[in-house]
Design a binder for this molecule. Structure first.
Ligand code: CP
Length: 325
């Protein structure tokens, strides 16, 4: 096996597209078991020991609260040791060491699995190409966030009881939101799902995901009519403008249209337009795309979503280590 090839015998998690509905069904059944287990252990002031003796390492080149911490807690609830850094400027990367050498270095200390967030799309695949242990993509620039897509889908199953025949309304920055990209890729594998992407035209979905949706036979449309889209939603997936990734033209657009963030924000007025059984999910962090006045509405699922995230990540860590078929 040449060092430049992604090692297929290792269970990396690189893209939402690698998972099919049959596997996801098994994964979510295992997540349900994990949830019962973790709640039982917590009632008895204990943590689990399913993966005792294993080590999870978190290598985060970009900021994170939920992904970094939920992987840490998930591993701890499984009885693993947890190590890592969110402070890459204090590693030898700052002296010019390459990503590949960094991964080879961490491999020498015998982790069981590495969870990695990077600034650039494709960096996590580069890491996987040289790693002898599984690598989990915890978000790579404007690329993908596959574990987020799986936890989003689990949240949807929990909240509305199905994963098919859903009208997804997704905004507000489909161009840069790796969460929207990954969730669309995975949800398109279920029959009857359709997608309305809501954004100013400067932030429309990129062609690669549009092509994947077309190939999967999923119907989708694009609009800047927030109210019109919300009225017909089953699932609203709302995610902030990704200001840190904008092109110069997009930065100029935001500067020249200072009201745009407010115009695409969901508050009580917008929630009143939603069908009674709809749900709002958001990967968070929240930067004005949903107003706090929405939080207590039963349709706001984004706080519960974070708990489901830890549970799904427990099942995913287990899978990378050879469990679950
Ligand atoms: N959802 C998500 O990726 O959040 P963090 O950036 O806080 O990890």
């Amino acid at each position: 096996m040449p060092d430049t090839a992604v090692r297929p015998h290792i269970r990396h998690i690189l893209s939402a597209d690698q998972f099919e509905p049959d596997f996801i069904k098994l994964l979510f059944e295992r997540a349900d078991y994990m949830r019962r287990n973790v709640e039982h252990e917590q009632r008895h002031n204990r943590i689990g020991s399913t993966l005792a003796g294993h080590i999870l390492y978190r290598l985060f080149f970009k900021e994170s609260t939920r992904t970094y911490e939920s992987f840490g807690f998930a591993a701890t609830h499984l009885g693993m040791a947890v190590l890592g850094t969110q402070d890459v400027q204090n590693t030898s990367i700052a002296k010019g060491e390459s990503l590949e050498d960094t991964i080879k270095t961490i491999n020498c200390y015998l982790p069981s699995v590495i969870v990695m967030r990077s600034a650039q799309a494709g960096d996590v695949a580069r890491a996987a190409a040289v790693s002898k242990v599984p690598i989990i993509n915890a978000g790579d620039g404007s690329g993908e966030h596959p574990t987020q897509a799986l936890l989003d889908l689990y949240t949807i199953r929990e909240e509305i009881g199905r994963m098919e025949n859903i009208h997804f309304v997704m905004g507000v920055d489909p161009y840069h939101s790796r969460v929207i990209r990954s969730l669309a890729l995975i949800a398109a594998k279920y029959s009857g799902n359709r997608f309305t992407f809501v954004s100013p035209k400067e932030f429309r979905l990129q062609d690669d995901v549009k092509q994947a949706l077309t190939k999967a036979g999923a119907s989708f449309s694009e609009t800047d009519d927030v109210a019109g889209a919300l009225k017909q939603a089953d699932i609203v997936c709302w995610n902030r403008f990704q200001l840190e990734r904008h092109t110069p033209a997009q930065q100029k657009f935001i500067k020249e249209n200072p009201n745009v963030i407010e115009e695409y924000s969901i508050g009580a007025k917008e929630v009143a337009l939603l069908p009674k059984n709809a749900r709002i999910i958001d990967p968070l962090p929240r930067v004005r795309e949903i107003k706090t006045e929405v939080d207590d509405d039963p349709r706001a699922a984004y706080i519960r979503q974070m708990y489901y995230g830890m549970i799904v990540r427990m099942a995913l860590i287990e899978w990378t280590l050879g469990h679950l078929g």
